[in-house]
Every structure is written in structure tokens, then in C-alpha cells.
Design a binder for this molecule. Structure first.
Ligand SMILES: Nc1ncnc2c1ncn2[C@@H]1O[C@H](COP(=O)(O)OP(=O)(O)OP(=O)(O)O)[C@@H](O)[C@H]1O
Length: 300
């Protein structure tokens, strides 16, 4: 039996209004199960929209999206998928204990011990009212609710945004343990790129409503190089390589390339971090000319 993809999109498109612009267009990708996937993109790229489509809160306007081979929003998908949205809908008048009891009643599978531990690790009293928690504490309670469900696929929309650095580390460790011990597939959107290198094994990068990258994080990083050298030889960079981003400053060129085969010319070569590669792709397509400074930034 073949293992279904966690997410699979074919010609996926979405727009909020019938006559509005397409927010997602022609998206084609597959995310394997068992991975922690980072969904990255600039503000407004469509990350929340994609996660809400996967969580069944929105419906595709073109093509299709499958979660674990199921149609998002159907009872089959809802039983296996948990989505934590940015607004983290919780009842403010409930206590934390009430909230977890509600989770237990609403879900056929429920890990009370795990949910209580996630809350306790944040030093949150079970008797505290949700409406009186800080945004970061609410995030932790919402995450406890999502994890307690024991989903096969956990979709998290910027879960780290409100968390202090210590809490971010703790939550990431919890997520990694969840993935390692239970094989839970996790897709999380994030702008905190440095933290993704240690945690994510797959990358999904959205740009202008399209999926630009969907690939294994280590392979993505290792296939790129950061080059510095004399501007005269910049012509050597094209073919067979792909220039993701290039900056000319005076007589010097720096470039991020996807390397295909040996390099021609005299370049200082550095292996980039995953963050450098992602930032390169996020900036690609932007061309800036700084008047008078003789500096050009461009991308292929
Ligand atoms: N309810 C809505 N009605 C109309 N347009 C919307 C709605 N929600 C989002 N959009 C638009 O859809 C586009 C994608 O928004 P989305 O929130 O998915 O981006 P994002 O990548 O999650 O952004 P961010 O990083 O800022 O959270 C934006 O142009 C946004 O203005």
C-alpha cells in the first residue's frame, strides 16, 4: 500500500470573492507524511489561506487539494487533521481546565496527559480564565487542544509569533517529539527562519500566490552556493546554474546560485544556511538600483 501525501495540490487556485484576484494560482505540490514542513512566504503570500484550505475552512476555487488523501473539511479529514489558526479561537470565559475538558468531549481520541503537560510546561494554572491569559499563553492552550486531539496532520499558522524565546524553544521541542514519537506530520508557517534549520525537514515556499519550492530542506540547502567574486566573471554564472539572486556592488558580485556541476571562474564559495537560501528566494524578483552607489540587486 502506498503512503498518501500529507498535502497534495493539483492546479490549486483560490480567490476570496468570485470577481476578486487569485490569491493562490496553479499550485502543484506534494508534502510527504512524517515530515515537519516549514511554509514560508512574505506577508500576504497566501500562507494562511493555504492552511485554511487544508483545514477545510475555505474551499478551493480551482483545482484541488487533498489532505492525507481526503477532501479537507469532510468528517474523515476533520478526524485526522488539526488546524491552529492565527486567531486561536478559544472561549474567553472558560478556564483552561474547562477548555481541555471540552477538547476531551469533542474528540474521539484524546490525550489528556499530553494536553495537560503542554499547558503545565507553560506554567499556566488550570483554573486561569482563557480571557485573562497573555497571547503567548493562549497560543499554548490552543496548541494543547490541537495536540490533545492526536491528529495525524497538524497545521499551525505562525504558532511561534506570540511566544517568548524560551517558550518557542519548548514548543518546538514538543513538536519535534510529537513528530518523532508518533509520526505526526506537521506543517507550520513561520517568519522565524533561523529556527527552521534545526526543526524542519521539508520546505514549501510561496511567492506571489504560487508554490516556488517544495523540497527536502537539507537537499535544498546543499544544492545552493553563495559566491563572491569579480564582477567581470558574473556572466559565467548563468547556465548550467540557476542564479537565484545576484548583487553587484562596485567591482564585486555576490550571488546565491543553485549549482548544477562545477563552477567556472574564480569565486569564493560559501555553503549557505537554509535561512540564506530562503531569504534569497523571498527576495528574488525584486530589483533595486541604488542611484549613485553603483549597486544593483537583481534576480534571474
Ligand atoms: N478574508 C479575506 N478577504 C479578502 N482577502 C483576504 C482575506 N484574507 C486574506 N486576504 C488576502 O489574501 C492574501 C493572502 O493573505 P494570507 O493571510 O493568506 O497571507 P499570509 O502569507 O498568511 O500573510 P502573513 O505572513 O502576513 O500572515 C492577501 O493579499 C490578503 O490581503
Amino acid at each position: 500500500m502506498t503512503v498518501p501525501d500529507a498535502l497534495r495540490a493539483t492546479g490549486l487556485g483560490f480567490r476570496y470573492r468570485a470577481k476578486g484576484g487569485w490569491i493562490l494560482r496553479d499550485c502543484e505540490f506534494a508534502v510527504p507524511t512524517g515530515c515537519i514542513t516549514a511554509l514560508v512566504g512574505r506577508n500576504g503570500a497566501g500562507k494562511s489561506t493555504l492552511l485554511q484550505l487544508a483545514g477545510g475552512l475555505l474551499r478551493a476555487g480551482a483545482g484541488e487539494l487533498r489532505v492525507l488523501d481526503a477532501v479537507p473539511g469532510t468528517p474523515e479529514a476533520r478526524a485526522r487533521v488539526a488546524l491552529l489558526t492565527q486567531d486561536k479561537p478559544l472561549y474567553p470565559r472558560f478556564t483552561v481546565a474547562d477548555t481541555l475538558t471540552m477538547g476531551e468531549k469533542l474528540n474521539t481520541t484524546w490525550d489528556r496527559t499530553g494536553a495537560e503537560r503542554t499547558v503545565r510546561e507553560g506554567g499556566i494554572a488550570p483554573s486561569a480564565r482563557v480571557g485573562e491569559l497573555s497571547p503567548g499563553q493562549r497560543t499554548r492552550v490552543a496548541l494543547a487542544l490541537a495536540l490533545g486531539k492526536r491528529p495525524e496532520l497538524l497545521l499551525l499558522d505562525e504558532p511561534m509569533a506570540d511566544l517568548d524565546p524560551v517558550a518557542r524553544g519548548e514548543i518546538m521541542a514538543t513538536l519535534m517529539a510529537e513528530a518523532a514519537e508518533r509520526g505526526t506530520t506537521i506543517v507550520l508557517s513561520s517568519h522565524v527562519l533561523p529556527e527552521l534549520e534545526q526543526t524542519c525537514d521539508w520546505v514549501l515556499l510561496l511567492r506571489d500566490g504560487r508554490i516556488e519550492l517544495s523540497e527536502e530542506a537539507g537537499e535544498l540547502r546543499d544544492s545552493h552556493a553563495l559566491l563572491t567574486g569579480h564582477r567581470d566573471q558574473a556572466g559565467n554564472l548563468a547556465e548550467p546554474h540557476t542564479v537565484v539572486r545576484r548583487r553587484d556592488s562596485g567591482r564585486q558580485t555576490t550571488a546565491l546560485i543553485r549549482q548544477h556541476g562545477p563552477l567556472r571562474g574564480d569565486w569564493h564559495v560559501e555553503r549557505p544556511r537554509l535561512e540564506d537560501v530562503l531569504v534569497g528566494y523571498l527576495q528574488a524578483g525584486e530589483t533595486q538600483r541604488t542611484a549613485g552607489a553603483g549597486r544593483t540587486e537583481a534576480a534571474a
